[in-house]
Design a protein around this ligand. Structure first.
Ligand SMILES: *[C@@H]1O[C@H](CO)[C@@H](O)[C@H](O)[C@H]1NC(C)=O
Ligand SMILES: *[C@@H]1O[C@H](CO)[C@@H](O)[C@H](O)[C@H]1NC(C)=O
Ligand SMILES: *[C@@H]1O[C@H](CO)[C@@H](O)[C@H](O)[C@H]1NC(C)=O
Ligand SMILES: *[C@@H]1O[C@H](CO)[C@@H](O)[C@H](O)[C@H]1NC(C)=O
Ligand SMILES: *[C@@H]1O[C@H](CO)[C@@H](O)[C@H](O)[C@H]1NC(C)=O
Ligand SMILES: *[C@@H]1O[C@H](CO)[C@@H](O)[C@H](O)[C@H]1NC(C)=O
Length: 358
């Protein structure tokens, strides 16, 4: 094929395009309704059909960039840039690090018969996610309420929950969003039954966010005291109580017995004394062998025979000999009528002794 032939072939391919471009003298702007996340870049393509010299871009009615065919780009700032895509017919305009304030009309104007085209830029915003209260400790099988707060989102985020990375049934939570300034604040309440230790995660997202933002807490589930544990605890405490009561009863019983042993003996002495008081003088022989309550060892030398006999009676009939000197030596006697020891001197028993001696 000759060079001329090749040229003709090229012309055949280009001709239909040229004819449409020339005839329409128009251009395309794409995309017309872009939605981007704040902080990312927004791109627009202007594809021109026909010869053009000057192209301008305005963002919210501010002229930010001018492109001049064939190769000149004049930008108002670093935020805005443009490049020729493949050839002069296509210009890609970029807004770097988009902010919510830049949302709105983005207009491309080509001087000549091309006119202008306007796209509408939408900017979404991702804010913060936080489960309030942090890690929680709950007793097994209890219901636990968790609250997730999202702030500074636009539009209202889609809030979801996971438990150990498994999605939680949406019926277990409810979310409300309220406008706050030019963005939204959401509250999501989740009610869970504490079954086992889990990681609970609250996720918030908007369509342009590649990966949802999340906040997670650890749900520490402490075992519920089982019925057996409760039973054992109850039995143990009751057993302890019963044991204590038994112990107290035992102590009281013992004391009573000890007290009763003494008074019984003293009672006998008292009766004896009473009898001897009543009849001692007249029937001294009856007293023989009877207990002398005021027996005093230091008086032994001057003691009457009857007292020696008394001493003998002591040793013969009293099993608890060791206790007796206490009673006798202290000059005290047990008075079972007013439950107290009485001083022998005051009680008149000394008199009684004199009576018996005489
Ligand atoms: C613009 O056109 C260029 C080249 O055809 C392409 O790579 C880019 O993805 C386009 N951008 C948009 C936003 O359509
Ligand atoms: C994007 O813009 C924000 C505020 O306009 C600024 O704080 C941040 O540093 C910028 N990020 C980049 C990567 O330029
Ligand atoms: C929750 O527990 C995890 C692991 O024990 C710990 O790393 C994290 O800091 C805790 N979070 C809070 C808010 O206490
Ligand atoms: C929220 O996200 C869940 C899970 O990705 C999805 O099933 C649901 O349709 C979303 N809801 C909205 C309102 O976007
Ligand atoms: C979540 O609970 C708080 C109080 O605990 C309540 O004020 C709020 O209205 C609840 N929100 C939803 C969506 O149920
Ligand atoms: C949960 O973890 C704690 C320690 O982090 C442990 O003491 C407890 O027994 C665990 N609970 C369950 C139900 O596994």
């Amino acid at each position: 094929m000759t060079v001329a032939g090749k040229s003709w072939l090229s012309l055949l391919v280009i001709l239909p395009l040229l004819s449409t471009e020339v005839m329409s003298n128009a251009f395309q702007l794409e995309p017309l309704n872009p939605t981007v996340l704040q902080g990312s870049d927004a791109h627009f393509n202007a594809t021109v059909f026909g010869d053009w010299k000057v192209m301008t871009w305005t963002v919210q009615d501010l002229l930010v960039l001018t492109a001049q065919a064939p190769d000149t780009i004049i930008s108002a700032s670093d935020e805005f840039s443009a490049r020729f895509c493949a050839d002069i017919r296509c210009v890609e305009f970029t807004i770097k690090n988009v902010t919510r304030a830049q949302a709105g009309p983005v207009m491309c104007t080509i001087q000549g018969d091309f006119g202008q085209k306007t796209a509408h830029l939408e900017v979404q915003e991702s804010g913060t996610v936080s489960i309030t209260g942090g890690n929680v400790t709950v007793v097994q099988d209890q219901l636990v309420d968790l609250q997730c707060i999202t702030t500074d989102w636009f539009p209202p985020p889609n809030v979801t929950w996971t438990q150990n990375s498994q999605p939680v049934n949406p019926s277990q939570y409810s979310t409300t969003s309220t406008p706050s300034g030019d963005s939204f604040t959401s509250t999501s309440n989740l009610t869970l039954q504490a079954v086992r230790n889990t990681t609970v995660q609250c996720l918030a997202t908007v369509p342009t966010l590649p990966v949802p933002l999340s906040s997670s807490v650890i749900l520490v589930v402490v075992p519920k005291p089982s019925d057996w544990t409760v039973l054992i605890a109850v039995v143990a405490s009751f057993g302890g109580l019963a044991l204590l009561v038994l112990l107290i009863i035992g102590i009281i019983f013992c004391c009573k017995r000890r007290k009763e042993t003494k008074p019984n003996y003293q009672d006998e002495m008292m009766r004896t004394r009473t009898q001897s008081q009543l009849s001692g003088v007249h029937r001294p022989e009856v007293r023989k062998g009877q207990v002398n309550s005021v027996y005093e060892p230091e008086n032994r030398t001057s003691a009457a025979p009857s007292e020696v006999t008394d001493s003998g009676f002591f040793q013969a009939n009293t099993s608890n000999i060791s206790e007796m000197p206490d009673v006798v030596n202290s000059n005290q006697v047990w008075n079972s009528y007013n439950n107290s020891y009485e001083n022998v001197e005051d009680s008149g028993f000394k008199k009684h002794r004199h009576v018996t001696i005489v």
